[in-house]
Ligand binder design. Structure first.
Ligand SMILES: O=P(O)(O)OC[C@H]1O[C@H](OP(=O)(O)OP(=O)(O)O)[C@H](O)[C@@H]1O
Ligand SMILES: O=C(O)c1cc(=O)[nH]c(=O)[nH]1
Ligand SMILES: [Mg+2]
Length: 194
């Protein structure tokens, strides 16, 4: 699946939003990829995640466990694991920090890939990777559907994506006037201090 085809999936799903958004990192952007509009459609999700699974297999080889950060990573992590024929587990926040809970395990010798939906600054990916690295399995790399950092995010392991985007994101005190004129909304689940 080409990068353009991935963006078409977002467009066709009504997932490519314009406005004024507060991102997970606290940065502000006029563009938001509402991935849940992709994941509400199992057929579209399968199409996108089987492409991600194929890219992961071609890049990193055989995988035993996909680990994803909640909430956004859970559905693509599961569907990508289905394409890879492996397990899917997720980390979730406990006292603000990603942890593996619910009896999930990453045992010694397991080849692990971190699957994220969208990467902007790479902060959530790095936090997810730090949680994975508390367990004995071998993290071979990271993968996402859209890399909004256009390849700039450093998550500490090789990061692959189905497509890269170069979209603006601004600190809250450096907004261009056209963005400052629009009320901001925060679609994601991370608690951001006011
Ligand atoms: O690269 P970053 O700057 O960390 O931004 C990307 C992260 O932001 C979103 O998650 P969010 O924390 O908004 O919550 P969600 O997964 O519940 O949507 C998205 O799912 C990524 O995890
Ligand atoms: O950076 C983010 O928080 C983010 C950006 C985006 O386009 N979509 C999303 O779900 N999160
Ligand atoms: Mg997320």
């Amino acid at each position: 699946m080409t990068g353009d085809a991935i963006l078409d999936e977002f467009r066709d799903a009504g997932a490519l939003l314009e406005g004024h958004f507060i991102l997970s990192s606290g940065l502000r952007s006029p563009v938001f990829l509402q991935k849940m509009r992709i994941f509400e459609d199992p057929v579209r999700t399968e199409r996108v995640c089987s492409a991600l699974g194929a890219l992961i297999r071609a890049t990193f080889g055989q995988i035993d466990i996909v680990v994803s950060p909640a909430i956004g990573g859970i559905i693509p992590g599961y569907e990508t694991a289905r394409a890879l024929g492996c397990k899917a587990v997720f980390v979730e926040r406990e006292d603000g920090e990603f942890q593996l809970r619910r009896g999930f395990e990453i045992p010694e010798g397991a080849r692990v890939v971190m699957v994220e939906d969208i990467v902007t600054t790479g902060l959530s990916s790095r936090e997810c990777i730090a949680a994975i690295q508390k367990h004995p399995g071998t993290l071979v790399g990271a993968a996402c559907i859209v890399d909004r950092s256009n390849g700039k995010a450093d998550v500490g392991v090789p990061l692959i994506s189905l497509t890269k985007l170069d979209v603006p994101a601004y600190p809250a005190d450096q907004l261009p006037p056209e963005l400052a004129a629009i009320p901001a909304t925060k679609p994601g689940s991370r608690a951001i201090p006011a």
